[in-house]
Write a protein that binds this ligand. Sequence first.
Ligand code: 5GP
Length: 138
Amino acid sequence: MTYDPTNIFAKILKGELPCHKVFENDTALVMMDIFPQSRGHTLVIPKAASRNLLDADPADLAVVIPLVQRVAKAVQTATKADGLRVAQFNEAPAGQTVFHLHFHIIPAYEGVAMGAHATGRADDEELAQLAKHIAAAL
Ligand code: 5GP
């Protein structure tokens, strides 16, 4: 499997499509998932091109994993979640739907079932507010 540079996250990284941005630096973009599995579902997307974990450069992973931790803490602070799921899927049979490496940070709330993967579009105003709150907690 090769990397397809026309995937939707590549377009967002190039600024060709909009997103609710939380944070950006030279190596990664952090944004809200528009089909969240729970309130505050956030994606950390390395800028380096790879389909997923399997073809990623370990040097890029070494930079992005500390950011995943930092964002996870900020999501927890901003959402007051009772727990967090950090997920990453490799190829379609494993659930991957966008073929540019990314890490899901999905808040878990006591007594609230997590939604299904990649369904149910969230309200843009709510996503904008969440992005602002998470950015403030970084
Ligand atoms: P995967 O299934 O590849 O692990 O995750 C892709 C994620 O991207 C899904 O959780 C899905 O909801 C999200 N997603 C799909 N299209 C878009 C989009 O255009 N913008 C944003 N922000 N998220 C998207």
